[in-house]
Design a binder for this molecule. Structure first.
Ligand code: AMP
Ligand code: ZN
Ligand code: FE
Ligand code: FE
Length: 310
């Protein structure tokens, strides 16, 4: 599925949707990828490898949105700077509203923000406990996987189901990651363990107090359109209209919703590296006009906060 232009034409560029020349002015159509994972959560690339892939894809801007962590952001910022790519520090939070699971992307997060650090540590602890719970369930199913094997493979503070899946493949219990999810890890499968989730409204507030902007991730996968008005009323800033698993029709649908609720438009590949065949980076190219609007909103908010108008 390819939901990049020209299937969907972006609005006319405001001014800056062009790639930068050495002099700093953009000279060719430019694109961003604002949904990316590294091995600081369940991706397989280092920040440096990911930035290198972005450069080869011709990206002008990239955001790192690892699950429940901003630990990779400092390295990714440096790698992007060295490659002339604009960087946005972010994270993807798992949240819920009215019983529906939602993923909320935070952009321009201050990694040093104390409340953000405290809450991310809590979410990571929940993830680590959940690995033990999933392994216990697998053991009850006579799959002798060890939690230590999963933690060694994950080698990060924010482990998740893909790490359990990869460990199942590595230890020969499953032939593929797909099989691991289909047999054990998907919702309603026997080793699935639900994750504690903050409410989507708390996630938005957490992101805002850390200086960030909040966007609803891959709404086409969650099919929870009914919660969007409440989220918009609670300060949601944007919605991820472009995603590697969105069809062109889905992207158009969410562009329409974004316009109706005055939400910013975000987009990204949700690349997890080599976890499943070819990396997805490059599959979604968010026209820079949308990225520029996100950046301008952040700059305006930062300026307003500086003037005591937050
Ligand atoms: P978790 O946050 O631990 O519940 O894991 C969610 C992550 O698992 C998602 O971000 C995807 O990266 C991955 N995932 C979800 N479903 C599948 C699937 N069927 N096959 C492979 N990976 C999946
Ligand atoms: Zn993931
Ligand atoms: Fe997600
Ligand atoms: Fe993601």
């Amino acid at each position: 599925m390819n939901n990049s232009p020209p299937e969907i034409r972006p609005p006319a560029p405001a001014c800056a949707s062009r790639a930068r020349s050495a002099a700093g002015a953009r000279t060719a159509p430019a694109f961003a990828d604002l949904h990316l994972h590294t091995l600081f959560s369940d991706g397989t690339f280092t920040p440096e490898e990911l930035a290198g892939c972005g450069a080869r894809c011709g990206l002008a801007a990239m955001a790192l949105t690892d699950h429940d962590t901003v630990e990779g952001c400092a390295r990714m910022a440096l790698a992007c700077r060295n490659l002339g790519i604009e960087f946005v520090s972010g994270a993807e939070l798992t949240a819920e509203l009215d019983g529906a699971e939602l993923h909320i992307l935070g952009y321009y997060l201050d990694a040093e923000n104390p409340a953000l650090q405290t809450d991310l540590k809590k979410f990571q602890a929940v993830r680590q406990h959940r690995i033990h719970d999933m392994v216990a369930r697998l053991n009850r199913l006579k799959i002798p996987l060890r939690a230590e094997t999963v933690f060694a493979l994950a080698n990060c503070h924010s482990p998740g189901r893909p790490h359990v899946g990869r460990a199942l493949v590595q230890e020969g219990f499953c032939a593929s990651l797909d099989e691991a999810f289909d047999r054990f890890l998907k919702k309603n499968r026997p080793a699935y363990v639900p994750k504690f989730k903050i409410s989507a409204l708390e996630a938005i507030a957490l992101i805002h107090q850390a200086g960030g902007l909040a966007s609803m991730a891959h709404p086409g996968l969650n099919r929870s359109d009914e919660v969007i008005p409440a989220l918009a009323a609670s300060g949601l800033d944007g919605i991820e209209c472009f995603h590697s698993k969105h069809t062109a029709a889905m992207s158009r649908h969410y562009l329409d919703i974004a316009a109706r609720h005055h939400l910013l438009v975000t987009g990204g590949s949700d690349c997890h590296g080599f976890s499943k065949g070819k990396p997805l980076i490059g599959r979604v190219k968010l026209p820079a006009v949308y990225y520029d609007r996100l950046k301008e909103r952040h700059q305006a908010k930062t300026a307003a906060a500086g003037n005591g108008q937050q």
